[in-house]
Design a protein around this ligand. Structure first.
Ligand code: LLP
Length: 419
């Protein structure tokens, strides 16, 4: 469900037509819909209303401060994984007591900032990190509030590059060792154990891995309670998938039911870290066709967006729907084409042999479901400026990240004296 629709033959974000935005902002650009962000947050909030859960938006999915604030004013917290993301969450107005700091390799400087800011919890992923955090907290005369991330050794049944809960993955502490680590943590004066945490992967379209992981967490809590050392909270991570094509993804209500069935009676306060399900369908990448080129065996639609702007197809073979901004006639013939960007490598391909209505030079197209891990994973490869981000609300829009100028891009570089 999203708020990108054709109206009078032109694709709109809410009440703003994308061709008007393209004329004002230039292509390529990301466009986000406030109503879609709000809807997704509320659907999840309603689904877990009975569960005493704090929803901490995983900022890595979309870290624009306007997007973070849109969710924040509805009550979202933030799940951050770097100093940069923590600073963004704070700049967006997320209160520290709703911020979780995750990540397998937090530096001393990041731990210091997290402790000084007094955030909800710092998720620790290894014993060396626990020791480092203890030392940081003691040096500040404080106790760090900690979640112990366990690795439940569950196959998330998703793309290998975004699976995180198998024992061969770098994340968390092996769940069978958790009681031992927890017992040790309790002896550290700078550590206050508040939570067990887990995150098994991203874009899960099957609920069974969640069930398996939650049962392991349940067993762990029951065991720790018997020992009198169970922390009061459970952080369940993120991972719920979204539909990129016509295949459906489980609903937030189905996901909440799995939480309720497996963990609902424990009386733990819950933290959820959804990223993609809140922002994925709330964003599109708008691009203009530069050329249509007929090759020896196939036709190429060369557009002005490239893999540096949206890397998911190149990196994960991800599917993104491609729509023309000018609505195709219902009876328009569809022919298979390759949709590619201008970057000098064959990986710069958004879609191979995709059946699309006829496209011509200067036509506008959009890549759908690009609100998550789109702009945040972009780079300046080929010295292409990062593309602007636009937030729409009703018939208003605002450029919430400007396109840098080439002078700005060059300003960080300098020539050494010998040149
Ligand atoms: N919590 C933790 C600790 C995470 O590592 C992640 C995502 C999330 C929450 C949010 O997961 P989500 O609800 O968005 O699935 N770049 C990849 C996705 C990487 C996800 C990394 N961790 C992609 O474009 O598909």
């Amino acid at each position: 469900m999203n708020h990108f629709h054709y109206r009078d033959g032109v694709l709109h974000a809410e009440d703003v037509s994308l061709d008007r935005l393209a004329a004002e902002v230039g292509t390529p650009f990301y466009c986000y819909s406030t109503a879609t962000l709000e809807r997704h947050f509320r659907v999840l909030q309603d689904a877990v209303a009975d569960l005493d859960a704090t929803i901490c938006f995983a900022v890595k999915a979309n870290s624009n401060i306007a997007v973070i604030r849109t969710l924040g004013v509805l009550g979202a917290g933030a799940d951050v994984v770097s100093e940069g993301e923590l600073r963004r969450a704070l700049a967006a107005g997320i209160p520290p007591e709703r911020i979780v700091f995750s990540g397998v390799g937090k530096t001393r400087r990041e731990l210091e900032l997290a402790v000084d800011t007094g955030i909800l919890q710092i998720n620790v992923e290894s014993e060396p990190e626990l020791e480092a955090l203890n030392a940081v907290a003691l040096s500040r005369g404080k106790r760090a509030v900690v979640g112990l991330r366990v690795n439940p050794d569950v196959d998330a049944n998703t793309h290998a590059k975004i699976t995180t809960g198998r024992k061969e993955n770098k994340f968390g502490i092996e769940w069978t060792r958790a009681p031992q680590v927890l017992r040790h943590a309790r002896t550290l004066p700078g550590i206050e154990l508040a939570s067990i945490a887990s995150h098994i992967g991203s874009q899960l379209t099957d609920l069974q891995p969640f069930r398996d992981a939650f049962r392991r967490l349940r067993d762990l809590i029951v065991m720790l309670r018997a020992d009198g050392i169970a922390p009061p909270r459970l952080d369940l991570g993120g991972g719920l998938g979204v539909p990129y094509d016509e295949r459906p993804a489980p609903s937030p209500a189905d996901y909440a039911a799995v939480i309720r069935q497996n963990l609902g009676d424990l009386g733990c306060r819950l933290i959820l870290e959804p990223g993609r399900m809140l922002v994925g369908n709330a964003g599109v990448l708008v691009s203009r066709v530069i050329y249509v080129k007929d090759g020896a065996t196939r036709s190429f639609v060369v557009c002005d967006a490239a893999m540096n702007d949206l890397i998911r197809p190149a990196m994960y073979d991800a599917y993104h729907e491609i729509l023309p901004v000018a609505q195709a006639a219902p009876d328009a013939a569809r022919h298979p084409v390759d949709v590619v960007g201008p970057i000098c490598e064959s990986g710069d391909t958004f879609a191979r042999q995709r059946a699309l209505p006829p496209l011509a030079k200067d036509d506008l197209i959009v890549f759908g479901t690009a609100g998550a891990y789109g702009a945040t994973m972009s780079s300046t490869y080929n010295s292409r400026p990062l593309v602007p981000e636009v937030l729409v609300k009703g018939d208003h829009f605002a450029v919430v990240r400007a396109r840098p100028t080439y002078d700005e891009m060059l300003a960080l570089e300098s020539l050494p004296t010998w040149l």
